[in-house]
Design a protein around this ligand. Structure first.
Ligand code: NAD
Length: 488
């Protein structure tokens, strides 16, 4: 079986340990964003396909939940070894379907492997609590149990890391899983399932159903799905959260972002420029932790000129080439949307100090767009408010830190924020007052590691228990309390 389905040129679903063609006749093309080369087609699966996967997962759950926790953890250890052995191959697959640079993809695989590492600690993570003597001759114990079948819906920008935020921990906690990967980057999901099976995952424990809205709706409506983990754009996250909650499911929905970086006058300018360039333009700005708005505190022309110069020097191209930092955006239609944002920025009076549209004609194949920087953006402008998800940066001017923090407060999003400074007072004020869930102090991408929660605030997250860390364990388990009387 070829994971790209090149025998038929249409990817298969993975259900109950078997590769199964979708019952749908509809499919979508999956091109390489850097070359336009057709990689494969992905089926637009139906609710019937979802039903098959959920039935398989439900049957597998009845057995899997009884497998002793250390034995479940051993599956994760084996998976860890396999993923590590295939690190470079997985990174290359990411570059082909997502377009990001190989170095970024390699790092993404590493982040994914770390989630498996964390999940392999299930015997410790799943421990309950006890208290002897809550009353005369009475003790209390708390045990953790899995929920049942969990549905995971993932975005295009991290085809490895985001699915691995979900199913390794869910499965280690005793749940079974149905994954709906992004239809724009579906190939890696099949390879992840293949390796999971090679590691010894029993049939039905992990299932993959490819497609779009119908699969998502099928999962949200299915009575045998106990919980939904979602990562994607804001409007869809809110819809998924509301719909799944209305169906009585547990849900965590990670959403869009607009991450502000504050540059204080005392910052180490060279380092700030370097971090901001790689945070803004790495992965073509298509990271939920990407910097998309810089707040320049005070007059700081030197910083702005240095930033522009570095942007001019960026090498644009195919992510497989070593020197390249700026890679294509995911689809031609997405670039069209970004171009309309650039027009909007100009129309609303922002100053376009670096126009990335000029690089488009130099790259006739692929969805390239050069680094684009707007200066004198105000918080009311559309380009300051919306997530553009592209190599487009807004510079906002603030007279002091208070005003910079006010800009962050005004944003509907609260995924991440960073400050560049060495001033202890400014750092503390930023830590206490910045209205976002993941803060960086002189760090360009303050994404958390697998043992901490990925902790977006405001419209960047719907739900209460985040992915990863103890939150993840709480999300994928439910508690049972036992109160026992021991009469002497
Ligand atoms: P997207 O919302 O387009 O798609 C995400 C998933 O939802 C996909 O599987 C897709 O098939 C499905 N989907 C899309 N539209 C739908 C609809 N109308 N009804 C039902 N299902 C639908 O997101 P994307 O473009 O793939 O990913 C980028 C977005 O994800 C950005 O907004 C980014 O900030 C966000 N993201 C957030 C985090 C985080 O941790 N907060 C992490 C990664 C990505």
């Amino acid at each position: 079986m070829s994971i790209t389905g090149s025998d038929t040129m249409i990817l298969k679903n993975y259900i109950n340990g078997e590769w199964k063609s979708s019952s749908s006749r509809r499919s979508l093309e999956v091109p390489n964003p850097a070359t336009d080369e057709l990689l494969t087609k992905v089926p637009v699966s139906t609710k019937e396909d979802v039903n098959l996967a959920v039935s398989a997962a439900k049957a597998a759950f009845a057995i899997w939940k009884r497998v002793p926790v250390p034995k479940r953890a051993r599956l994760l250890f084996k998976y860890h070894t396999l993923l590590t052995d295939h690190h470079a191959e997985l990174a290359k697959l990411i570059v082909r379907e997502n377009g990001k640079a190989y170095k970024e993809a390699y790092g993404e695989v590493q982040r994914g492997i770390e989630c498996v590492e964390f999940a392999a600690g299930a015997p410790t993570l799943m421990m309950g609590e006890t208290l002897s003597g809550i009353a005369e001759e009475i003790d209390s114990e708390m045990f953790r149990y899995p929920l049942g079948v969990v549905g995971g819906i993932t975005p295009f920008n991290f085809p490895m890391m985001v699915p691995l935020w979900m199913f390794p921990l869910a499965v280690a906690c005793g749940n079974t899983f149905v994954l709906k990967p992004s239809e724009r980057t579906p190939i890696l999901a099949n390879r992840l399932a293949e390796l999971f099976s090679e590691a010894g995952a029993p049939p039905g424990v992990l299932n993959v159903v490819h497609g779009a809205h119908d699969v998502v709706n099928g999962l949200l409506e299915h009575k045998d799905i106990a919980a939904i983990s979602f990562v994607g754009s804001q409007a869809v996250a809110k819809f998924v959260y509301e719909r799944a909650a209305a169906e009585g499911k547990r849900v965590q929905a990670l959403s869009g972002a607009k991450n502000h970086h504050i540059v204080m006058p005392d910052a180490d300018m060279d380092k700030a420029v370097q971090h901001i360039i790689s945070s803004t333009f790495g992965s073509a700005g298509q990271r939920c932790m990407a910097c998309s708005a810089v707040v320049v505190v005070g007059e700081n022309e030197r910083f702005i000129q240095a930033l522009k110069k570095k942007a001019d020097d960026l090498i644009i191209g195919n992510g497989m080439d070593d020197e390249v930092l700026l890679t294509p955006v995911i689809r031609r239609e997405h670039r069209e949307k970004v171009l309309s944002y650039i027009e909007k920025g100009i129309g609303e009076g922002a100053e376009l100090i670096r126009d990335g549209r000029r690089e488009i004609h130099e790259h006739p194949h692929g969805n390239f767009l050069g680094p684009t920087i707007f200066d004198r953006v105000t918080p009311e402008m559309t380009i300051a408010k919306d997530e553009i998800f592209a190599p487009v940066l807004s510079l906002l001017r603030a007279k002091d830190l208070d005003e910079g923090l006010e800009f962050i407060r005004k944003s509907r999003y609260g995924n991440g924020a960073t400050i560049y400074t060495n001033n202890a007072g400014a750092i503390r004020q930023f830590r206490e007052e910045a209205d976002a869930g993941m803060l960086g102090i002189n760090v360009g991408v303050p994404a958390t590691m697998a043992f901490f929660p990925f902790s977006g605030w405001k419209d960047s997250f719907y739900g209460d228990l985040h992915v990863n860390g103890k939150d993840g364990v709480n999300f994928y388990t439910r508690k049972k309390m036992i109160t026992s009387r021991f009469e002497s």
